[in-house]
Design a binder for this molecule. Structure first.
Ligand SMILES: [Zn+2]
Ligand SMILES: [Zn+2]
Length: 809
């Protein structure tokens, strides 16, 4: 969908008779939907664990505000948009008054919410400029086409400026374009440091659009929050204060996210969706248990292959989402195999993954829109352009990590008044928790997008970049925060900055500097350095290892030094953008891992020895009968060996010893101390350790419900005697150096963390004493899931909850 149409006359007129027939057939009780039989089967044997209906709802339409510039009004008329959805008009009014974030549903016409105010400004002021930020190149491409479709080429000149933009076109884009579409990485490394070349843009910057803002969380979000502050600082040096307009998927904390990302106060929220919800059925599907004791289920992949084949055979057009690229290939093959009796259909099932050229992408999207392709299987909603229209069914195989992305994927389903949004659960703890509590997940936004722009290493790195863009001075407190000077002093001690006593006036280069005399500013110690080049927005620490493909010599990416030993040790199977590699050599001296494409059927899990040392206590409270603390810890880790396990059944293939030195990093953590005397009665000796360990795993498994993150972003340690606390203690720490606020959220919402972890364990049907992968076993445990006591953890957490209830009563 290139352009949102407030009223959809074409779609409505296309098949009025067919639509009527269909709805009367449904009313009569005969459901001609391609998934009726399949759902009935699931209802009978219990695999369908939840179903509900959404929509179809009716649109709330309003007249476009007459204050809009006549050219924009005329463009809307030309495009057949006679009316706006109510939220689009509300967003327009809000955008005129204050920074705004819009969080209405997928396909609700969110881009019109920021395009209208932007076009309005550009039509009024020929010098005005706008900057659009997208997390992926494909999305920027799509938006450039959407802008062009307004047909305002006299006044609106969009251009994409990213890593793919040819050098020879760059100067012209800087001069001519008045909507620059880019990504945060390019803004950080290619635009802000060269702001003098972009003087026209910054001196006239009226609007900054941040689309898909929920993507900016965790490490990436903490970086982007700094980049946006640097952007505001440079704009201010050129005399502008752009209006920020954001959009986000539905999350628990949209206003907080907008304010933390931009550093602005008084952001307004538009969340009342006036678009007509498409009619769709929601179905949550759990593959059957194959082993009660071990808690194993039929694989989600096999289950999904069967379901997709049935959908395709029934005449549905479907899209299917999976996490890994390998999974995408495998599932495509399996679906075709299922359709072996219908070769004409089997040919119309295709994988769609990163790595295709734009032309190949467009061709596939074209075949899908035209209905020639029946099913496409892909890795990530954001990898798609948007031009594929709506499909009958969207199938999500295994939990994509957040409900926000699940909803985004489901949003593809619903065409001509019918649709199926199906989720097939995997065996992971969150998947199974979801199956037992679908309402909790679906009826309220549960996850918050967390970031911390003052995460030390990230913030210091950007302060250095900011100083390169213009000397830091007292004027910067407003944008960089009141603690900027203390951080600047840290950089002086570390040798990155030096103090300078300013005495003369400055040009635009000296952004943000005061023009008084004798005031101290901070400038880079080595003016020849280019700090942005050494800061990657995707990693917490500039201290990193390069990951290089052995055969081609190509740099695939980098990994934080603190995580290198555990993720890219020799022999590790390493996943990068959905593709698997095997590490052939970890070169500690040159800080690089040499990898080769991997096609084996095993994965690896490192065995580690971890210690935590409490470095600084920041907050403490008594809760649920424990002493709960939040602060900074040093995590010291030695990777001792790794286990190779078969993908199909997780069985151990072998254990390979490694000889790696110890590593250490500082981060944020919560820890809680349990009373050993109370515990000793119910959980003697070895059982205590298993209980602590299993409780820690369960809490880490459910933490992504509170703060959008991956369990791989969090680490844990449990011990029956910590040298500093002198008793049984459980630590949960941010896995990235410095931390980005995830464990702070967990600290503040500790009671919920205990409640969810307890439910996860208590409700898991497995009967094995060591639990199963759907409850207390962790795929990343450094102790290879030894020892674990499911019953002990259940008892321990029940005790905490009991005391929390007593305290609350
Ligand atoms: Zn279990
Ligand atoms: Zn563990």
């Amino acid at each position: 969908m290139a352009i949102e149409r407030a009223s959809k006359p074409r779609a409505a007129q296309k098949e009025p008779r067919a639509a009527q027939k269909r709805s009367s057939a449904r009313e009569a009780g005969a459901t001609p939907e391609p998934w009726s039989a399949l759902l009935e089967e699931g209802r009978q044997d219990g695999r369908l664990v939840r179903e509900s209906r959404e929509g179809p709802g009716s649109a709330r339409l309003v007249e476009p505000p007459p204050e809009l510039h006549p050219d924009v009004l005329a463009a809307l008329t030309r495009m057949g948009i006679a009316q706006l959805y109510s939220h689009q008009a509300a967003a327009l009014h809000s955008a005129w008054a204050a920074p705004t974030i819009v969080t209405t549903g997928t396909a609700s016409g969110k881009s019109l919410c920021f395009n209208l105010p932007t076009l309005d400004v550009l039509c009024r002021d020929p010098r005005a400029r706008a900057l659009y930020l997208y997390p992926t190149k494909a999305l920027a491409q799509d938006q450039a086409r959407a802008l062009a479709a307004f047909g305002l080429s006299e006044r609106v000149r969009p251009a994409i400026y990213d890593g793919d933009t040819p050098r020879e076109s760059r100067a012209q884009i800087r001069r001519r374009a008045n909507v620059v579409l880019t990504n945060p990485d390019m803004l950080h490394v290619g635009i802000l440091p060269h702001h003098d070349a972009w003087g026209e843009l910054f001196a006239n910057l009226a609007v900054v659009v941040v689309d898909e803002a929920h993507v900016y969380r965790g490490v990436f979000g903490s970086h982007v929050a700094n980049v946006l502050r640097r952007l505001r600082r440079i704009a201010s040096a050129y005399g502008t204060e752009p209006r920020f307009l954001l959009t986000s998927a539905t999350i628990a904390n949209p206003l907080e996210l907008a304010e933390r990302l931009t550093g602005l106060d008084g952001v307004r929220l538009i969340d009342e969706d006036g678009s007509p919800a498409p009619g769709r059925r929601i179905a949550v599907w759990n593959p059957p248990l194959t082993d009660e004791l071990l808690g194993t289920r039929r694989s989600a992949l096999a289950e999904a292959a069967e379901l997709l084949a049935q959908l395709v055979a029934g005449g549905a057009r479907a899209i299917c989402f999976m996490k890994s690229r390998k999974g995408v290939e495998l599932l495509s093959r399996m679906v075709r195999e299922e359709l072996r009796d219908h070769p004409e259909l089997a040919e119309r099932v295709e994988p769609y993954r990163a790595g295709y050229t734009p032309q190949q992408r467009r061709a596939l999207e074209e075949r899908l829109t035209q209905g020639e392709l029946r099913a496409v299987i892909t890795t990530d909603a954001l990898e798609l352009g948007i031009d594929i229209g709506e499909l009958d069914a969207a199938v999500v195989v295994t939990f994509p990590g957040t409900v926000a992305s699940l909803r985004q994927m489901w949003g593809r389903a619903g065409r001509r008044g019918r649709g199926l949004a199906l989720y097939v659960a995997g065996e992971d703890a969150l998947d199974q928790f979801f199956c037992r509590h679908p309402e909790d997940f679906l009826e309220r936004p549960v996850e918050a997008a967390i970031l911390d722009h003052e995460s030390p290493q990230i913030h210091l790195a950007h302060l250095l970049c900011a100083a390169f863009e213009g000397p830091l001075s007292s004027e910067d407190a407003e944008v960089l925060g009141p603690r900027w000077e203390a951080y600047a002093e840290t950089l002086v001690s570390a040798g990155g900055l030096r103090r300078r006593t300013a005495s003369t006036g400055r040009g635009a280069r000296d952004a943000g500097a005061a023009n008084g005399t004798g005031r101290t500013t901070y400038v880079p110690r080595n003016p020849g350095d280019y700090p942005a080049a050494t800061v990657s927005l995707r990693s917490a620490s500039p201290d990193s290892f390069a990951i290089i493909e052995l055969e081609s010599g190509e740099l695939l990416g980098t990994t934080e030094a603190a995580r290198a030993h555990s993720t890219v040790h020799q022999g590790a199977v390493y996943h990068h953008q959905g593709r698997a590699y095997e590490v052939r050599e970890l070169d500690l001296e040159h800080r690089r891992a040499l990898v080769a494409a991997f096609d084996g059927d095993w994965y690896t899990q490192p065995k580690r020895e971890t210690d935590t040392t409490i470095e600084r206590l920041l907050d403490r409270r008594e809760v649920a009968g424990v002493r709960l603390s939040f602060g900074e810890v040093a995590v010291t880790e030695t990777v001792l060996a790794y286990q190779r396990r078969r993908v199909q059944d997780h069985a151990q293939v072998d254990l390979v010893a490694l000889d790696l030195p110890e590593t250490s990093f500082s981060t944020q953590a919560l820890w809680y101390e349990l009373d050993s005397a109370t515990l000793a009665q119910s959980l003697p000796g070895e059982k205590l350790l298993g209980a602590l360990h299993a409780a820690e795993h369960a809490q880490i498994a459910v933490l992504p419900l509170l703060a959008m993150c991956d369990r791989w972003d969090i680490g844990g340690l449990s011990t029956n005697l910590h040298p500093q606390t002198q008793g049984p203690t459980i630590f949960i720490y941010d896995g990235h150096p410095g931390g980005v606020g995830i464990t702070r959220t967990a600290y503040l919402r500790f009671e919920e963390l205990c409640r969810d972890a307890h439910a996860l364990i208590a409700e898991c049907p497995c009967t094995s004493s060591g639990g199963c992968p759907s409850c207390v076993q962790s795929p990343k445990c450094g102790n290879l899931n030894e020892p674990l006591s499911k019953a002990g953890a259940r008892m321990l957490l029940a005790g905490l909850l009991e005391r929390a209830v007593i305290a609350a009563a």
